[in-house]
Design a binder for this molecule. Structure first.
Ligand code: SF4
Ligand code: SF4
Length: 345
């Protein structure tokens, strides 16, 4: 892995250069909230944030996306919308959110020959270069280290920036990252041994600052024996079914497809959905396989900690802590997994 440094005062120039050739996305603050948006001017970027409330999964797996439009004259015409072909750079993504994309990949890109590859997701994903930003000060509910990750992990990004004071330490991780930096090389200089030591200390201090941990050892097998455990009913008694936990999660990917039409014209639109809503599994017959909140609360945990690891060898959680931060009734996924570990079966 090649290492460089970038003086902080050169960051706006770097971003302006990138924005002249790529569609640039990054964290910007609007109405008191920071979220990832398209950036026209480097001054818009706000790096004084830890996690955006809505995860940047929305940049690749859009909250609403038109799949095709149709109109019905003498015959029905179906038009596929032109996809945005611009190469993208996503700047300032946190390591846990970048890991979120790696968890979504097998869902939308397929795993083996013949699996369906979602063109809307894969095109955006393949055209995106991720520039990560290490977290110097993790938050109260961050627990990325529970998944063999780190606040300065370069595993799921193309380039990683780490704030080491007056400079950023730059890890160039992939060929895609190298290609991007090659065109900007005049702005960077080679990292010194001292820079490297500061970067390591920043990472170690951030790891040490993480106070919450989830112990997932043996959880997959334990859940096999807990389908009818009263933990799900007890948790469901508190859950209000708002779906916030799933909407904000960087790995949740339930969606619905809706036809919106006015007179003879319309569109089929994919929209985020949530397995915490009863309508999500409602069949046309009126039968619902997850009729009670208990079924849905249980499914959320089983999907992340049983079905997903069984199918894809990875837990569908990055340890970002958003579902803990924003659940209106303080349901805490770390506590739930601790209770699974303790449960008598
Ligand atoms: S389940 Fe919660 S902590 Fe885990 S990735 Fe989703 S929002 Fe983050
Ligand atoms: S955010 Fe909390 S209350 Fe809302 S659906 Fe999720 S667990 Fe239930």
């Amino acid at each position: 892995m090649e290492n460089l440094v970038l003086s902080k005062e050169k960051l706006p120039e770097m971003l302006t250069e990138i924005a002249s050739k790529y569609a640039l996305f990054g964290p910007i603050e609007e109405n008191g909230f920071t979220s990832f948006k398209h950036i026209n001017n480097s001054q818009e970027i706000n790096l004084d944030y830890l996690l955006t409330r809505i995860s940047p999964k929305s940049l690749i797996f859009q909250q609403t996306e038109t799949l095709f439009t149709f109109n019905k004259g003498k015959e029905v015409k179906v038009n596929t919308p032109k996809t945005d072909e611009a190469k993208r750079v996503i700047f300032g993504i946190r390591p846990c959110d970048a890991r979120g994309y790696s968890i979504l990949d097998p869902v939308f890109e397929g795993k083996k020959e013949g699996d369906y590859k979602d063109p809307f997701y894969t095109k955006k994903r393949n055209r995106s270069t991720l520039i990560g930003l290490s977290c110097n000060k993790p938050d109260l509910n961050c627990f990325c280290t529970s998944f063999d990750d780190s606040p300065a992990s370069a595993k799921n990004v193309d380039i990683l920036f780490t704030d080491i004071g007056e400079k950023y330490f730059v890890d160039i991780v992939t060929e895609k990252g190298k290609e991007l930096i090659e065109n900007l090389s005049k702005l960077f200089s080679k990292a010194s041994e001292e820079n490297r030591e500061v970067r390591e200390k920043v990472e170690q201090d951030a790891i040490n600052a993480i106070t919450r941990h989830m112990n997932t050892e043996g959880v997959v097998k334990k859940l096999d024996k807990m389908f009818n455990h009263d933990l799900w009913q007890k948790t469901a008694m508190r859950c209000v079914g708002c779906g916030i936990c799933t909407f904000l999660c960087p790995t949740c990917h339930c969606f619905d497809m809706q036809d919106e039409a006015i007179l003879k014209e319309g569109a089929r639109i994919r929209v985020w959905d949530s397995c915490m809503y009863p309508e999500y599994t409602m069949h046309a017959s009126g039968h619902n396989p997850r009729p009670a909140r208990m079924n849905r609360v249980r499914n959320r945990i089983y999907h992340k900690f049983s079905y997903f690891p069984k199918n894809d060898k990875i837990f569908a959680c990055t340890g970002c802590g958003r579902c803990i931060d924003y659940c209106p009734v303080n349901i805490d996924i770390i506590d739930i997994i601790a209770k699974v570990k303790e449960a008598k079966t």
